[in-house]
Design a protein around this ligand. Sequence first.
Ligand SMILES: Nc1ncnc2c1ncn2[C@@H]1O[C@H](COP(=O)(O)OP(=O)(O)OP(=O)(O)O)[C@@H](O)[C@H]1O
Length: 569
Amino acid sequence: MFLHPPKSKPIAALLDQCRKAFWLVAAGTFLAELISLAPILYTLNMYDRVLTSRSEVTLISLTGVVLAMYAFWGMVEWLRGRLLIRISMRIDWELATKLFDASFRRHVTRREINVHQVLGDLVQLRQFMTGTPMLALMSAPFAVLFIVICALFHPYLAMFCLAATLVLLFTTYLTSKATTSVLAEANVQQGRANKLAAASLQQSEATLGLGMRDALRARWYRAHQQFLGQQAQASEAQGILGGFSGFLSRALQSLATALGVFLAINGLITGGMVMAATFLITKTLTPLQLVMGAWKDITAARQAYARLDALLEEDVLPETQVTLPAPSGKLVVEGMTVVPPGAEATVLQNIQFSLEPGDALAIVGPSASGKSSLVRMLVGLWKPSQGHVRLDGAELYDWARAAIPVGQHVGYLSQDIGFFEGTVAENIARMGAPESDQVIHAAKLAGVHEAILSFPQGYETQLGELGHMLTGGQRQRIALARAMYGSPRYLVLDEPNSALDEAAERALVAVLQAYRAAGNTIIFTTHRPMLISAATKLMVLAAGRQAAYGPIKDVLATIAPQPVQAEGG
Ligand SMILES: Nc1ncnc2c1ncn2[C@@H]1O[C@H](COP(=O)(O)OP(=O)(O)OP(=O)(O)O)[C@@H](O)[C@H]1O
């Protein structure tokens, strides 16, 4: 199977696709900036022409023209706003689902992803791309035009404008230097603190039952304080520079007026030009001041961009988009060696076996021998470091990573059981639209139908509310029903009997025997011998190696103690 090479800078590629819309926004900004000269020209003409000529006709016609310009300006701003909303929707539309999937894939392999942060990053990026800071950045180049117009009034005005721009740029640079790395560190600390708080809540029973709350709160608060400290440091640095820039913007405005009046006193420019030049200087400096004010958001957006880009860049997807037909259940594992994602040590070595439809394989072995790791390989969660795992000829890992509904053909029960917000029926139906017959059939197979009927609203009971009231055995059986929903041809169960009593275990043996006899392929791990009688084949794992494998009787014969020979017999 061919894989997509990682797309370099995937978000940049998306923004590139939005280039046309951004150009239109830039054109709108250009028009808006041009029209914004209207009040300046209007003031200039009012003071220098109308006041001196006392012409009411000029007064009325100029006012009419400027009002029409304002109406046009309003329309341009409205259109630009609409375009920005569309770009924002497009960014979300293109990225949100990709990021959701990529977060899933990273979590399943490395378990170090904070989905709150990913979605928060997307909001941050979207708001920046379509918000005030971006518009300010687009407006900034017009400073050149305004400086040129100032030069037409008098070169001193242009020089003043240029100097003021440079001072503001330098202040922006200082702000960035003082805050960027501190804000990045604050962000990392915030993520750490949030993760700690979420983990403590998830383990609330153990936290309270073992009296760990104070210790955990102290740990969380340390991380939280570090984050607050970093943020306060950044805010202080920004505050000092912000205060300075506030002083600067007011001072520059008054200095501009002073310079204008000085030039007017000396007869170098007119009174109207003083007003117009003050406007122009303000217009030149405003976008820069906006950028400075939004520096924290700009830094946050840059960091969000880098994080999202890295997440998408490492998310390599299979190229094929062909839907996997329902497999017959033929599994081939060839020379498979496994190093868990992010780890260095090999946990499984040279695993080799094959199963035909109608086979049931029991995997046994001591704790940490690699049973769960093998199961993860057999449902395509991890990628083999060497070798292959093929279901009906298709590489399982690639199929499972693609947006192809391989899952509907596979039943999987993991050791960690969790349910989702929704009814019992929806959870059994894997959160799709529940097919009543199939839900009940699966629940009966898993031996949990009667228990579900005793719930307050039967199959319609919200599992979210009920989750903590379920017994371990009920949880395991509902999860088993979910695994068997839709009668998948390939069923992989990691210790399906760990929470079952003897009677339930016996019933499970009968169910698995019937399921296998119907031509399905089953793989399960177990620590308890009773379930082995449901299998046709047995694999013994020891320290990550396949110590024995074959038809159940043969393997049991090789590991059973040899009869002691009678002396002299
Ligand atoms: N994500 C991981 N990263 C690194 N090592 C891992 C990872 N998952 C499992 N291991 C290691 O792989 C080895 C096998 O673990 P595994 O959970 O597969 O054993 P097991 O036979 O299922 O154990 P048990 O019967 O206790 O569930 C262990 O040494 C474990 O520490």
